[in-house]
Write a protein that binds this ligand. Structure first.
Ligand SMILES: *Cc1c(COP(=O)(O)O)cnc(C)c1O
Length: 411
């Protein structure tokens, strides 16, 4: 068998091995999930397309029913080496994690994490700045189950304990919020939650474990819309949930009960994206800062909503807890700029696509309106917002494009 990095031989099941943890994150991106049992002599695991998996005997089939770990062939719904390898690599990025389940989208991962611990009659606390579909899930699925949601100010920190009830089960965090970019005091929230036996979950899509290893900061469940930076090429939908020993069996069972599985072809594409996530994130984060600093000097732009800017709420926490910034931020026009001007500005951009999602190699621009999707906090008296995702283009070209559109529409 071919020579491969020793630490890629690794551990079993969803359990992250210590060999893995000793390397830096960029190294783990390269070696993660590449166990010889799954790859054979080649570098990557093959794409194993499977529904039926055949056994040598009835006795072997019966034994397989009882085992239930990544690495145990059973039936296509429980995956094959292609999916196991990706899940394993994602687990390896989160020191302290026990395992990862994959879902067909980020929204499915959010739903899957919540449904793995919540039961009728529970109460959940959700950050007011959360991704809107998370809010819709609380309203349309949890509420009819008899689960009440209280939205909290993302800047609440340890003060969240004042919102605890006897039946509070989960705190759902998203830091920074992906429209308005407030950074939350995750360690403080997790400390008070742990003291009360409340489970913490974070939508960590903006930072990824590279910029914010959430489990090491005290979070119980960390969720990624892999659609964004993990896939990185705007061609696959996927989500993941990574958790600790305490919750791993429940998460796994719950995902299996709901029938969650991702296709091996999508898993292979996501694994390909993951290998380069570090350099993409670094470049896109740097370019985003360059673009944001230029925007800050423009007369019709009032505020940059970007955690690296000193006036971004939670900036000090970001400096304390995060290893950097990714490529997504918003900016606020001065109040005299109208919605028609804002839309004309976006329409006139040449290098920025208009559309949902982000995290791919290409830049995107989107008008966003947080005022309509808040309940615990307000967003009044503010200028109109545009959210930018900065891709891998040359930032000088992106700035030139932004300049021509600003000059034409709002100057
Ligand atoms: C896009 C996104 C999701 C959902 O991911 P999908 O794969 O599109 O379902 C969840 N959270 C955040 C912060 C996102 O930006």
């Amino acid at each position: 068998m071919g020579r491969r990095p020793a630490d890629a031989q690794g551990h079993r099941g969803g359990v992250s091995g210590s060999k893995h943890d000793q390397d830096q994150p960029f190294t783990r991106l390269v070696t993660g999930g590449r166990r010889e049992a799954w790859t054979g002599a080649v570098v990557n695991p093959p794409v194993w397309r499977a529904s039926t998996i055949l056994f040598d005997s009835v006795a072997q089939l019966r034994a397989a029913v009882k085992r239930n770990q990544d690495g145990d062939f059973y039936y296509g719904r429980r995956g094959t080496p292609t999916q196991w390898s990706l899940a394993d690599a994602l687990t390896g990025l989160e020191p302290g994690a026990a395992g990862t389940m994959l879902y067909p989208s980020g929204v499915a991962a959010i739903a899957g994490a919540l449904l793995s611990v919540i039961k009728p009659g529970d109460h959940v606390l959700v950050a007011d700045s959360v991704y809107d579909p998370t809010r819709v899930f609380c309203r349309q699925v949890l509420a009819p189950m008899g689960v009440e949601t209280t939205f909290f100010d993302p800047l609440i920190g340890a003060g969240i304990s004042a919102l605890f009830r006897d039946n509070t089960r989960v705190i759902f965090i998203e830091s920074p919020g992906s429209l308005t970019f407030e950074v939350q005091d995750v360690p403080a929230i997790c400390a008070v939650a742990r003291g009360r036996g409340v489970v913490t979950m974070i939508d960590n899509t903006w930072a990824t474990p590279l910029l914010f290893p959430a489990i090491a900061h005290g979070v119980d469940f960390t969720i990624l819309a892999c659609t964004k930076y993990v896939v990185g090429h705007s061609d696959v939908m996927m989500g993941s949930v990574t958790t600790t020993d305490t919750y791993w069996n429940d998460l796994r069972k719950s995902a299996q009960i709901y029938g969650q599985v991702v296709s091996p072809d999508d898993a292979a594409l996501a694994a390909r994206g993951l290998r380069t996530m570090g350099v993409r994130l670094q470049q896109q984060g740097d370019s985003a800062l360059t673009v944001a600093r230029w925007l800050q000097t423009q007369p019709k732009i009032r505020t940059l909503l970007h955690p690296a800017f000193a006036d971004c709420p939670g900036h000090e926490i970001w400096k304390r807890d995060f290893k950097g910034a990714s490529g997504l931020f918003s900016f606020e026009f001065t109040p005299d700029v109208t919605d028609a001007e804002r839309c004309a500005f976006v329409d006139r951009l040449r290098l920025f696509g208009i559309g949902f999602s982000w995290g791919g190699f290409e830049s995107l621009a989107l008008p966003v309106d947080p005022a309509t999707i808040r309940s615990a906090t307000t967003w009044e008296g503010r200028g109109l917002l545009v959210r930018l995702h900065i891709g891998l283009e040359d930032p000088a070209d992106l700035i030139a494009d932004l300049r021509q559109s600003l000059e034409h529409v709002v100057a």
